[in-house]
Design a protein around this ligand. Structure first.
Ligand code: NAD
Length: 437
């Protein structure tokens, strides 16, 4: 089989590479020529564990190609995947200009039957719009080329994307024709052999499934953050509560960590977009509106704790900050809680030295040199009044507290991810702030 994947971001590059790994010949396309140049030189534009090796392997096997030319990529393909970004528009709805732009280009170029698969996260009705745009282009060209649309939302998570794509809990595919179903069945054959459930459904349900999944996960996080904040007020410990409820098989233990808020390229924008879909249809998504409010408040919680500790005066205070990316194992900083905290601290007159294992370049690209970047984790703490943890990178979890003690002016830790034990911190003589404990 041969496919094209348009967009070589987190989703396009991972999906294309992993499908190549199953034997499919894949050409990945991007308008960003610098990305394609890097990929053709053997490096990758994002940080994603295991991906570099997999790209190299499949390029060497001549199953994975990169180009800026959609025309070239579309030659003899069974399917073309749209995996471009759907960022939030000003009103919170998903901005579909890139998806529909690619649809138009496909309509301008296709010569033979192809299945146009939308992998980007898109609101219900988008596949129909993709279809209409392609049809209009074909009519404009005066040609009659058969094609089908399909929805194949992606559930991978950054930081473990290769593993998620190769071993998914399920694959969701929305189709409206038998021929599209057959193509998609062949494409995911390797996954069926591994007993991965593949759920075929109608297109609107597939589109909705993706939003419902992300919104459910975001809801769990905001719910636990609400519980954590209440735990602090009433003298309960959210860790114990998490154990107590997570062991209930109806609830399950995942996505129950309290912290300083969710970020990333997906949860914030997908929650917003689903709220907007509700509003557009005259229905108020009450739960999700609360989820969003709680999260926005939670992103300011560390700052409130820090300000309270210093009795409202942060002028001249210096902080050592561990973790910039929105979560571990990625350099993605879209909607990262660290960005909110940094702005608040700088505005209050504090200074910051930050360390992150991979997101420093990305942070510098976003906020420049308004903070100092340390090349190593303990160096970030040198001479700081306190240490702040915003991202739970593995290497932060069991640090050398003697180094921390030596570097800090005072033994104060603000832990936005609850990675240290309050009892141990007390034993070591730290003033320690966690969340909900
Ligand atoms: P991204 O911003 O990392 O990548 C998008 C890529 O598309 C960019 O490289 C951009 O240059 C390229 N592009 C834009 N217009 C193009 C065009 N006309 N032709 C060719 N390339 C073009 O985005 P992402 O994080 O990979 O997300 C893509 C979609 O997948 C979004 O809808 C997102 O919601 C969804 N999604 C993302 C994740 C995730 O973890 N990042 C997970 C599941 C689903």
């Amino acid at each position: 089989m041969r496919i094209a994947v348009v967009g070589t971001g987190y989703v396009g590059l991972v999906s294309g590479t992993c499908l190549a790994e199953t034997g499919v010949t894949v050409t990945c396309v991007d308008v960003d020529a610098s990305k394609i140049e890097r990929l053709n030189k053997g490096s990758i534009p994002i940080y994603e564990p295991g991906l570099l090796e997999l790209v190299a392997k499949n390029r060497a096997s001549e199953r994975l190609f990169f180009t800026t030319s959609l025309k070239e990529a579309l030659v003899d393909v069974d399917a073309v995947f749209i995996a471009v970004g759907t960022p939030p528009d000003e009103d919170g709805s998903a901005d579909l200009r890139y998806v529909l732009g690619v649809a138009r280009e496909i309509g301008e170029l296709i010569e033979d039957y192809v299945v146009v698969v939308t992998k980007s996260t898109v609101p219900v009705g988008t596949n129909q719009r993709v279809k209409a745009v392609i049809k209009a282009e074909l009519e404009r060209r005066g040609v009659d080329v058969a094609f089908d649309v399909a929805s194949n939302p992606e559930f991978l998570k950054e930081g473990d994307a290769v593993n998620d794509f190769m071993h998914p809990d399920r694959v969701v595919i929305g189709v409206e024709s038998e021929s599209a179903e057959k193509v998609m069945e062949r494409l995911y054959h390797a996954f069926s052999l591994n007993n991965t459930p593949i759920y075929f459904m109608d297109i609107p349900s597939a589109e909705m499934t993706k939003y419902a999944a992300n919104s459910m996960l975001a809801t769990r996080i905001s719910f636990m953050n609400d519980i954590a904040n209440l735990c602090e007020l009433v003298g309960a410990n959210v860790d114990a509560v998490k154990q107590g409820i997570g062991s209930d098989s109806r609830i399950g233990s995942k996505f129950l960590n309290a912290g300083c808020g969710y970020g990333g390229s997906c949860f914030p924008k997908d929650v917003k977009a689903l709220i907007k879909t509700g509003d557009d249809n005259g229905y108020s998504m009450g739960v999700l509106k609360a989820v969003e409010n709680v999260n926005n408040r939670q992103k300011t919680l560390l700052f409130q704790k820090i300000r309270k500790h210093y009795k409202g005066d942060l002028k001249g205070k210096h902080f050592g900050l561990w973790g910039l990316s929105f979560k571990p194992a990625t350099d993605d900083m879209r909607e990262a809680p660290s960005l909110v905290l940094i702005e608040q601290l700088l505005e209050a007159g504090a200074t910051i030295t930050a360390y992150d294992p991979v997101a420093v370049d990305e942070c510098r690209r976003r906020i420049g040199d308004r903070i100092v970047y340390a090349p190593a984790m303990y160096e970030a703490l040198e001479g700081a009044d306190a240490m702040i943890v915003v991202t739970e990178w593995q290497e932060f979890k069991v640090p050398k507290f003697t180094y921390i003690e030596r570097a800090l002016k005072e033994k104060v830790i603000f832990d936005g991810r609850n990675i240290y034990s309050p009892e141990q911190m007390k034993e070591f003589g730290y003033v320690y702030y966690g969340i909900g404990r």
